[in-house]
Design a protein around this ligand. Sequence first.
Ligand code: ADP
Ligand code: MG
Length: 287
Amino acid sequence: MQIKAEELKFVYGKGSSVSSHALNGVNLLVEEGEFYGIIGKTGSGKSTFIQHINGLLKVQKESGKIVVGEFDLTDKKCNFKNLRKKVGMVFQYPEYQLFAETVFDDVAFGIKNFMPETSSEHTTELVQQALELVGLDYDQIKDKSPFELSGGQKRRVAIAGVIVTKPEVLVLDEPVAGLDPKGKREFLTLLHSLNKSFVKTVIIVSHDMNVISENCTKVAVFKDGKVVLEGSPEQVYGGNDIIEVGLSKPVTQNLIDDLNKVGVKIDSGLSVESFTDSIARVFGGRK
Ligand code: ADP
Ligand code: MG
């Protein structure tokens, strides 16, 4: 399903003396199938925006609109429970939200919450599927306490608890923050593999320009509660607008720019692999 925000505004503490204009007219279209990246400096409205996608933050009066698939979130009759079943939200450091005594119970919570009519046999099946999808061994892990797991395992269990209801859209706020390089790579591989399952669209917020340029099909840049730049990673990082917003470019784009300055023009995408291929072509190396 498609996600479309039009002139979306949001004010924290509306009407009070300490109100804060977090969104000032966001226009954004995320098509089904994208691996969509959202970037922007701290305080630019990224988290506030993504919390609108599953209705955690409600659209305020006369503050634009957001439509997610068949759900018009400004409609009073919008079924938020059904929406949340279809749009999974993973917050920053999701491992801190684990709470149950066993991994099984933690992952099964989403089913109890969203699909209470599910039989216990089917629940077991769904929990097993979810844990296996995130790369964990069901039999080994199901009875453990979430608190005795490693950081990476905890994060996987937390994701399992979100995908257990088979959401079509998965939204993650800083999903690789705090992971070491290997953990980061593994986690992104996991997100791509989920994106090939029932999860049709992935939206990630990240500070890491390399992660965004390597993984995303599209990128939106937030500034002062608005989208100021949007397009493919090559479009967003290719020019200097991104620097003017106060963000940096991914390593590959910096290398492409620097080579350009010394007269070496290379036609490359922003993944390391694409960059290496292009360099090999320019310098006559063999793959
Ligand atoms: P980002 O995720 O890009 O860092 P946020 O959406 O968290 O940005 O914040 C946007 C603006 O809203 C900031 O000015 C921030 O201080 C403010 N803000 C965020 N959350 C709250 C809140 N719970 N109460 C009041 N103001 C908030
Ligand atoms: Mg944030």
